[in-house]
Design a protein around this ligand. Sequence first.
Ligand SMILES: O=C(O)CCC(=O)C(=O)O
Length: 266
Amino acid sequence: MAGLSQLEIERYQQQGYVIPEFSLGTEVVSKLRDTVDRMISNNPDIRPEHLVNAHISKANAEGVQGADEILELARHPGILDQVESVLGPDIVLWGCQVFCKPAGDGMEVPWHQDGHYWPIRPLATCTVWLAIDDSVIENGCLRVMPGSHQQQTLFDHHHDDRQHLTLSQAVDQKQQQEFEAADIELSAGQMSLHDVYLIHGSNRNTSTRRRAGLAIRYMPGSSLFQRDLIEPSDASGFKVDFSQRPLWLLRGEDKTGSNDFTVGHG
Ligand SMILES: O=C(O)CCC(=O)C(=O)O
């Protein structure tokens, strides 16, 4: 297996994230950029930071028209090798989101932990955040609070009613002050992996360069995706409805024996 090195695995465990040596080639990235451009024009009423279900091309509960090419990418053996190094051999794909911040008015993503919003028990997910464009400080790259995952705790979040936010919930000030932020600067084709408990966010994009990224969400086969645990809602700032969310077992087996891999595939 050509997964993470021992050093990268240790970094992921200690810091809650890692930027692997592995990256995608320019041809793959260029095709992905075309796919994302098409998705943006197919979803004219949805902010490009809110393209959930980017991997689902048919009608779905969240009303985003995704693309089969994204699903294909989520199955990329090289990416799965990285994920296997931190999640183990049983890998379930449960979500993909394009976060595209247009030049000039790209939205801020407030500091948050994803675990608040996801119906997964035990709570576990590795997100692969893949840079579709170069993602740097200037255009609002992903930012993390290294080590904030270590207590495996979901800190309190409050409603953030500032305008122009991708998410209307933010982790409380106390945690924002406790940890020191790190910017994850990536060239297109590079990726970072982060843990479900890691506090992360990103600044607005007021630059002249677009910043698009694809977040691919994988959980281990030892976790259960409980679709009825979280009611459909738009409380976080955009519509979230897990009731018909499909799952794909990409490697190994469903150790819970209870995940439903038929829902949402009809
Ligand atoms: O793309 C961003 O700036 C934020 C991504 C994010 O919040 C996530 O992957 O959960």
